[in-house]
Design a protein around this ligand. Structure first.
Ligand code: SF4
Length: 260
């Protein structure tokens, strides 16, 4: 067990890694303040990749440990992006699978540096997060515009890096209103994988979040979530998941099948 804020892990199956604590995204539903993180002074809270790698190796992981970048930060903020890039390079070379979730654009040029280090399809999976299209500039106002952010889906078409539409958290009565717009985005970029997931809330439910043991946040699925899933599944050519880890597992299994 490790829980330093920058690192969280219960076992060697998965470790959450943050290159800083806090985010400039200003999303109205952000859970960071509930977890006690301050979004105003993140620059002073950046940790170097060398420090983090030292702590992770000291904690002890295997090549099967999933590296999850970002849960208490936006790992692709300008301030901490260079450290995130170094971590990705290190763990790709180490043989680990990596997932990165972001509301920023990851450009083709940036992602090219990972191309030669990736040994199988899905060793690096990028989740492009969006909870609303029509109200983006009110609800996710400090994040990249959707035009920029959704350019990240081109990484799948141009570099073969799996990208996933991450509709999380589903905001009651808000996300579902944009379902047709999301379908257009899926069609436009040829998106094959979508995660539709719940908002984290302080209301008690049976399941706590997987990046904290403090019992401050819980999964509380709402009915919009199942409606959205049903509609997206009807598209036929899209796989709809509830959790990001199901997507990484899917690619890992697929790779094992190819190896066999
Ligand atoms: S991008 Fe994520 S971490 Fe940043 S403010 Fe929005 S919800 Fe919070």
């Amino acid at each position: 067990m490790i829980d330093t804020g920058y690192l969280f892990s219960r076992d060697d199956k998965r470790i959450f890694v943050n290159t800083c604590l806090g985010c400039t995204g200003k999303c109205s539903y952000c859970y960071l303040s509930k977890m006690g993180y301050d979004n105003e002074s993140i620059v002073s809270k950046i940790k170097t990749s060398e420090e983090l790698i030292g702590e992770i190796e000291n904690y002890g992981i295997s090549t099967d440990t999933l590296i999850t970048l970002g849960c208490f930060s936006e790992c692709w903020d300008d301030n901490n992006k260079p450290e995130t890039i170094k971590l990705i390079k290190y763990f790709l070379q180490r043989g680990n699978q990596i997932q990165l979730s972001t509301k920023k654009e990851v450009t083709i040029q940036e992602a090219r540096q990972f191309e030669d280090l990736t040994t199988y399809l899905g060793q690096l999976v990028i989740f492009v997060s969006s909870a609303t299209i029509s109200q983006w500039n009110k609800i996710e106002k400090g994040t990249d515009s959707l035009n920029k952010r959704f350019n990240t889906f081109e990484l799948s078409n141009q570099l073969g890096i799996p990208t996933v539409l991450y509709m999380k958290p589903v905001l009651n009565g808000i996300t579902i209103k944009d379902i047709d717009l999301y379908k257009e985005v899926i069609k436009k970029y040829g998106i094959k994988d979508v995660v539709v997931g719940s908002i984290f809330s302080e209301e008690h439910s049976e399941e706590t979040v997987h990046f904290s043991d403090k019992g401050l946040l819980y999964y509380n699925p709402n009915s919009d979530e199942s409606q959205i899933k049903k509609q997206l599944m009807q598209l036929g050519n899209v796989k709809v998941f509830s959790r990001s880890s199901q997507v990484t597992q899917y690619y890992k299994e697929k790779n094992k099948d190819i190896e066999r």
